[in-house]
Design a protein. Sequence first.
Length: 138
Amino acid sequence: MTAAGVSTSIDYQGAVIDASALLAYLHDETGGAEVAEVLDGALMSTVNLSEVLQKAAHYGVDTTGLVDDLVELGVCFEPMSASHAALAATLWPSTRRAGLSLADRACLALAQEQNRPVFTADRLWSEISLPLSVVLIR
């Protein structure tokens, strides 16, 4: 797989997916096919799940059964633990100039905590010095 020019030699099993990546998959947007390849075993913070559900509600989309469908595809939802929250807070100084939200930092913290690459459509993430691998889906 190549995502935004990323080498295929990296193991993406258990990758963390951001809300933007999941939305690209759900809406069959550019990059959604790359996300589909990593859904089985992917991790997602429940903070990012909330973001996806909120966006769906904003547009009047019925999400009944969505979580169950994603679990069937192999997505594992991780609740935001105290250590996860503390790690997200430590990311604030290095990400505040870029305007990353709490949900963004929750996703990055989960990826860092689990030592996994993170899939996103947010190009800004690749410009920030982070101790993890960011895979841009477009």
